[in-house]
Design a protein around this ligand. Structure first.
Ligand SMILES: Cc1cc2nc3c(=O)[nH]c(=O)nc-3n(C[C@H](O)[C@H](O)[C@H](O)COP(=O)(O)OP(=O)(O)OC[C@H]3O[C@@H](n4cnc5c(N)ncnc54)[C@H](O)[C@@H]3O)c2cc1C
Length: 268
């Protein structure tokens, strides 16, 4: 069996960095699965002046610092988009493209998803809607597929799908997409036009947490947590912007720390 981590952290911002460093202090193995650093909120901040212990500095610089500290602490860094997480009794499996990682506990530190789900996206996920061309592309060889999204990997995924013989429709524009079908998605609607497809690949930088892990409870738009950052699912903790306002760095780092300590208690 592949390595099983004590904790898998999904996210790569302040909350994830703080969680990973605390886990390593507690001698726990952890994998941090995250998109590119440029996707963190922190990276976009011009100047941070309210984070204790650090002088005023640009968000990108601070984000690099957090990532370097996390690596130096010994966390296994996996750059990629977690597309689904599933509970398997006393373990969690997290899919990143066609790779799979196992952990005994999960910390979600995925920030806020600014992109809303398209109508039909969640309903048809796995039924004609996919987040991963590498995983599902082969199923649609010789058929018509749509690639929706302007994330960096969307072009590469469209090329890959063409290369395996799919007829690929590419939609890069932001806007209101709708996915329709009966048992399976078969139509993409954009700007009043209907496009018939066998599969719709949605390639965004982030996956909405609702689609990432089924069964989580929410409160005021954030993942519902108690003071120990426990969610309603045993073994799953959440920290940072994804738990709700205020969207602030110090809060994200503090919650990451608490989530890690609670995950340690859970593992004990
Ligand atoms: C322009 C701007 C200025 C700001 N200024 C300040 C300030 O001055 N002071 C302050 O305190 N706060 C400020 N903030 C807010 C602060 O940056 C955030 O509150 C904080 O960075 C949140 O950290 P986080 O770890 O929760 O999330 P994020 O930094 O958003 O990190 C989440 C990471 O998880 C990744 N991710 C999400 N889903 C997945 C997935 N499925 N698979 C893999 N990775 C995934 C995301 O791509 C992202 O990299 C500012 C924010 C912005 C946008």
């Amino acid at each position: 069996m592949d390595e099983v981590f004590d904790v898998i952290v999904i996210g790569g911002g302040a909350a994830a960095a703080s969680a990973a460093m605390t886990l390593k202090n507690r001698n726990r193995s952890c994998a941090v699965i995250s998109n590119r650093i440029e996707t963190t909120s922190l990276y976009k901040a011009e100047l941070i002046t309210n984070y204790p212990g650090l002088p005023p500095m640009g968000g990108a610089e601070m984000a690099e610092l957090f990532r370097r500290q996390t690596e130096e602490a010994g966390a296994k860094m996996i750059t990629g988009r977690a597309i689904s997480a599933v509970s398997m009794g006393d373990m969690f499996g997290v899919a990143v493209g066609s790779d799979y990682y196992m952990g005994r506990a999960l910390i979600i530190a995925a920030g806020i998803t600014r992109e809303n789900l398209y109508p039909g996206e969640s309903e048809f996920l796995g039924k004609g809607v996919s987040y991963c061309a590498t995983c599902d592309g082969m199923l649609y060889r010789g058929r018509t597929v749509a690639v929706v999204g302007n994330a960096e990997e969307a072009d590469a995924d469209a090329d890959f799908l063409r290369g395996i013989g799919c007829n690929v429709l590419v939609f890069k524009e932001n806007g209101k997409y709708e996915i329709k079908g009966a048992d399976k998605a078969d139509t993409l609607v954009f700007k009043g036009e209907e496009y018939k497809t066998d599969c719709i690949f949605i390639i965004k930088d982030t996956v909405s947490v609702t689609a990432l892990l089924q069964g989580l409870e929410y409160d005021k738009g954030g993942i519902k947590v108690d003071r120990n950052m426990r969610t309603n699912i045993p073994g799953v903790f959440a920290a940072g912007d994804c738990t709700g306002k205020p969207f602030q760095l110090a809060k994200a780092a503090g919650e990451g720390n608490v989530a890690a300590l609670s995950a340690c208690d859970y593992l004990n």
